[in-house]
Design a protein around this ligand. Structure first.
Ligand code: SF4
Length: 653
């Protein structure tokens, strides 16, 4: 049975379509929904014939044109290149995450500390085993990280930080060792079951933990001390939020809830109200701890959480909710996820005795024992078994429409349900697909309002030692195409096949686009243009502007300036009449808005030669301001000419 090229589904009386390969999804109206029943496997004339009783021919032509245009931008039905197909089967090597449960031998009981004194004389004796395992864990992570540069080390605790002195020492040690090894490391102290006073109804019965995340060695000790001391009596949620989220660089905390029953739909709202800015709902751990949980009931709570999250983002109230934020990101950005669970290959876990397992959720399962840091052993053959997981090599996933959103699920969850880490459980998969549908629908709440999710996601981003956030990913044409669904024009990068057309456009063309640059010559060869498409400059983005039917009609190029937030751009429309077209002006403005948002551009400057009066009028109509003139900046036909500069601030778009 062939795989569906476009998956259609209904959610809350709304209709959606998804390309399972590119992850491009969009909301459909009735006519698009009906056309997609036949598109692309039925010839277009037959589609017109089949639907002629329901819709006018012009409407059908318009919908087919839009779908063809999405196809031209490679947002849907893209034919993967051979190397991309092979890439899906490549195993990403190098350890990225290591979880470590330290021995509590001599570390006191489970009660929180009764004194506020810092690391008093009564500080429990630190076990030698714990110190040794902690240090060996750091060595294991750094030595097996290979090409990976962003690493995560997590110390697992329960109810309190039992040996804060030891944990602080190990955090400092790990961060210092990572620095000299040239790696970016985040150390986390994950305390499960943190005791709370006055637990709200929504949280009752669930396991509430905290994760302290540290990237700055100098800040580690005081942070751990402060949170440890604050636990002397169970705090309220707002007090806990304050304690784990200090306003300081290089440290930050999140609250982690492992649902113990299916009614957790109000948890996110309660935690958001209490002031937590990073919230994680650990459903994988929930299924591992309680394989009897009903996936269908879990879905309702996930759906409620996703809708609440989308509505809060829409109201400009930003916080990070995992896994929803990263799922929204994938829906927005369209990066296929071939493998969601790094267990065994990019992740390992070490228990109190030093035994090594593929991940935290498989810790203690004898069948998955991989070795021991205490004895310096690791069974490489047993590790290699985990290279073969993920959606491209798991039989049921290959035909699943959600494969590139789900990435093949979690091995510990599959093992908990079916007894095999490579066999997904059908009811769980049904729930997972329903969850992906619900998330796509919830995300459309943002998308339909034109919310720029990349900007939001980056502000929700990752901790850095200077107190800022690490920007994620590179600007995506895919998201430009998504925005362009509501636009009147489209874009795509130049391709080798464009070379003849671009050569024809460029030869003897006197536009600033071709002349006012570092080459400044009046001719281009097909070879030059092929090279441009095959080897684009690192910093330049040269795009072909497309009409809705996919025909190229112009060029646009952006190059970031050395001053952060500033960029130079060049624009050229092949047919001068297009400069005056209202639909193109509107589409170009929307395109600029999306491109500026993606690349965090605040100001864009475009040159125009004196004879490009149509371009100048176009730029002013789009919202650019004439900033000034570069005197005698362009040499042409034996004399110098002035060049006018037009600029626009992104926040005015
Ligand atoms: S939902 Fe199930 S079948 Fe589909 S990709 Fe995920 S694990 Fe595989």
């Amino acid at each position: 049975m062939p795989r569906d090229l476009i998956e259609r589904f209904r959610e809350d009386d709304r209709r959606f379509a998804v390309d399972p390969e590119t992850c491009f999804c969009f909301e459909c109206d009735a006519i698009s929904w009906d056309v997609l029943e036949y598109y692309p496997h039925t010839p277009v004339n037959r589609i017109y014939h089949l639907l002629e009783g329901q819709y006018r021919r012009e409407e059908l032509t318009e919908v087919v044109g839009e779908l063809e245009w999405l196809r031209a931008t490679k947002s849907i039905l893209a034919v993967p290149k051979r190397e991309d197909l092979l890439k899906a089967f490549e195993v990403e090597r190098g350890l990225k995450k290591l979880s470590v449960a330290l021995s509590r031998e001599g570390a006191g009981n489970d009660s929180p500390p009764t004194s506020r004194r810092w690391f008093s004389k009564n500080e429990p004796h630190v076990s030698e085993t714990a110190v040794e395992i902690g240090r060996k864990a750091v060595a294991l992570l750094l030595n097996r990280s290979g090409i990976q540069n962003d690493l995560h080390l997590e110390f697992i605790e329960d109810r309190t930080i039992h040996a804060p002195e030891l944990i602080a020492d190990l955090c400092e040690y790990a961060l210092n060792m990572a620095r000299v090894a040239g790696k970016r490391l985040t150390v986390a102290v994950h305390v499960a079951d943190w005791p709370l006073s006055s637990v709200p109804e929504a949280l009752k019965g669930h396991a509430v933990g905290v994760k302290l995340e540290i990237v700055d060695a100098a800040a580690a000790r005081e942070y751990i001390r402060a949170v440890w001391a604050g636990n002397h009596s169970p705090p309220t949620l707002p007090r806990l939020a304050k304690a784990i989220q200090p306003a300081a660089a290089g440290i930050g905390g999140r609250i982690v809830v492992r649902p113990n029953h299916a009614a957790f739909g109000k948890v996110v709202e309660v935690l958001d109200d209490a002031g937590f800015s990073v919230i994680e709902i650990d459903t994988d751990a929930a299924y591992v701890a309680h394989p009897g949980l009903d996936p269908g009931l879990m879905l309702e709570s996930l759906r409620q959480s996703a809708v609440y999250y989308a509505e809060r983002l829409l109201a400009h109230h930003y916080f990070k909710l995992d896994p929803m934020a990263s799922l929204f990101w994938r829906i927005y950005n369209g990066t296929p996820l071939w493998r969601s669970d790094p267990a065994g290959t990019n992740e390992l876990a070490i228990d109190e005795t030093g035994a090594i397992y593929p991940c935290r959720n498989l810790m203690g399962v004898d069948a998955f024992l991989l070795g021991s840091v205490a004895e310096s052993t690791l069974d490489e053959d047993a590790v290699r078994r985990f290279e073969d997981v993920g959606s491209v090599t798991t039989a049921p996933c290959i035909r699943c429409w959600a494969r590139n959103f789900c990435g093949g699920g979690a091995v510990a969850v599959h093992h908990a349900f079916t007894g095999s880490f490579r066999t997904p459980h059908d009811p769980w998969c049904d729930m997972q697909r329903a969850w992906m549908r619900a998330a796509i629908a919830a995300f459309q709440l943002l998308s339909s309002k034109g919310v720029h999710f990349e900007r939001i996601y980056n502000t929700l981003g990752h901790l850095t030692s200077d107190g800022g956030y690490r920007r994620l990913g590179k600007p995506s044409l895919f998201t430009l195409a998504r925005a362009a669904l509501t636009m009147t024009i489209g874009v795509r990068p130049i391709e080798e096949a464009d070379a003849p057309l671009l050569t024809q456009w460029e030869n003897w063309n006197e536009s600033a686009y071709f002349l006012f640059n570092e080459t400044g010559v009046l001719l281009a060869t097909k070879y030059d243009r092929e090279m441009d498409s095959l080897h684009p400059r690192e910093t330049d983005h040269e795009l072909v502007l497309l009409r809705k039917n996919g025909t190229p009609f112009g060029l646009f190029k952006v190059r970031p300036d050395r001053i952060p937030g500033a960029a130079h751009a060049w624009g050229h429309l092949h047919d001068e009449k297009d400069y005056a077209a209202e639909t193109i002006r509107k589409g170009f403005r929307a395109l600029l808005k999306e491109a500026a948002g993606q690349q965090a551009i605040r100001r864009l400057t475009v040159p125009a030669a004196p004879w490009e009066t149509a371009l100048q009028a176009f730029l002013e109509a789009v919202g650019f301001t004439r900033e000034g003139v570069l005197r005698e900046a362009l040499y042409l036909h034996g004399r110098y000419h002035d060049v006018a500069l037009f600029s626009i601030a992104a926040d005015t778009l």
